[in-house]
Design a binder for this molecule. Structure first.
Ligand code: SF4
Length: 397
């Protein structure tokens, strides 16, 4: 057994009794938590435990089950309808040129808001012995140029099994890039070993999408693991889930994005939490997400601003959401506000002037930008250099 497997097995907390022992029977209401523990599995690794500063804090909420999970509300089991887009076991083929390849049924720690909780932790639902039909499917679909390994957490597999996967994928000429979706750097940084870092370099380009939701997750040990991956030539991105009570605060998100960049991780997505059964208490409003993006865009470097998306319920795929900046588009000009709420006008190229001369459907573009039908008029006149005088400022800044 390797060192990281021993840490996972011997030092993680997986029962209510052990949790109470660690944090104190006088602090934890054991009887109130018992129904949740009888229904859901829990595991918290030493790294995730280190990140919990106090009972009930932003990190605690991500890992410790509560009775609220027993409330189904309007969530559904397979909220993204992934199973409907699964042509063979372990594969979801939703977008034109890429597939999701579920390679591992388990995770180091179990997140309470997990979209795939219907499968994660159950080896029968993500079988390890059915890779061949997945390889066959990818082989027979030359349009697939990008394979995203997920699960569960792919990094819970041994190096030997991961190498087997890499070898088989690299033997398919049209697979250009391999991505690993993994929360292991936060949960079990010990898993990032020199041996893994050496092995993976034979199969580049390999990307890793990490998952961090709060700046407290970036401990010195976690940074060390991220550094090892960067040095192994793996471009690192981060997916973050907007979670009520954890990171639904522009200041927390700003800090998280900055800490990620310092660790050479590029913020990639902030997701609205999915409408998954038992996860209702983690969801906040879409307006809150837009407020956060507005508080990032322009106020900090563009590198620190991820895409804000809803993974459309029922299998529609990721849809980006943007705060409203454009106020009016005409054939002559575009009127918009900048990050600070100041209004500017950009002149369109003259028709036939050599650049963008295609006629544009202005009302349609405005309706997309504004999320409404029909064109809207800018209420204030343009001034010199395209900037409109600040007679009135947007209430939203
Ligand atoms: S690490 Fe990812 S797949 Fe595993 S429980 Fe957390 S969100 Fe789900």
């Amino acid at each position: 057994m390797s060192e990281w497997q021993k840490i996972l097995k011997d030092d993680s907390i997986a029962t209510l009794d052990k949790l109470a022992e660690k944090f104190g029977h006088d602090v934890i209401d054991v009887e109130a938590l018992r129904p949740a523990f009888e229904n859901f599995q829990m595991r918290i690794t030493p790294s995730a435990l280190d990140q919990i500063k106090s009972v009930g804090d932003a990190m605690w909420n991500q890992y410790v089950p509560t009775v609220q999970e027993l409330d189904i509300v309007d969530g559904v089991i397979d909220s993204l309808d992934e199973d409907a887009d699964s042509p063979v076991p372990n594969i979801t083929h939703r977008y034109p040129d890429r597939v999701l390849f579920l390679v591992s049924p388990v995770c180091a720690s179990y997140c309470r808001f997990c979209t795939r909780r219907r499968k994660v932790g159950d080896p029968e639902k993500i079988p390890l012995n059915q890779y061949e039909s997945a390889f066959e499917y990818i082989r027979n679909h030359p349009e697939i140029r990008d394979v995203i390994m997920s699960g569960g957490d792919p990094m819970m597999l041994s190096d030997r099994r991961l190498e087997y996967l890499f070898q088989n994928l690299r033997a398919i000429p049209h697979v250009e890039i391999i991505r690993i979706g993994s929360r292991i750097t936060s949960h079990l940084p010990e898993r990032i070993t020199p041996e893994f870092c050496e092995m993976v370099q034979k199969y580049h380009p390999v990307f890793m999408n990490t998952h961090f939701n709060h700046p407290d997750e970036l401990t010195p040990r976690v940074r060390q693991a991220l550094d090892m991956l960067s040095k192994a030539g793996i471009p690192l991105g981060c997916q973050t889930v907007l979670l009520k009570g954890t990171n639904d605060d522009p200041k927390v998100m700003m800090k998280l994005m900055h800490e990620l960049l310092k660790a050479r991780v590029r913020p990639y997505y902030i997701y609205m939490a999915d409408q998954v059964a038992g996860g209702e208490h983690f969801r906040t409003s879409v307006q809150k997400g837009l407020e956060i993006i507005k508080a990032l865009r322009g106020w900090t470097s563009g590198l620190a601003v991820p895409h804000f998306v809803i993974d459309a319920p029922g299998g529609g795929g990721k849809v980006p959401l943007l705060p409203e900046y454009v106020e009016e588009i005409t054939e002559d000009s575009v009127t918009f506000r900048n990050y600070a709420g100041e209004r500017y006008v950009y002149k369109q190229p003259k028709q036939g002037g050599g650049c963008a001369t295609e006629p544009v459907d202005v009302p349609d573009i405005v309706s997309i930008a504004a999320g409404k039908s029909g064109s809207r008029k800018a209420k204030e006149p343009a001034a010199k250099n395209g900037k409109v005088p600040r007679r009135r400022r947007s209430a939203t800044g």
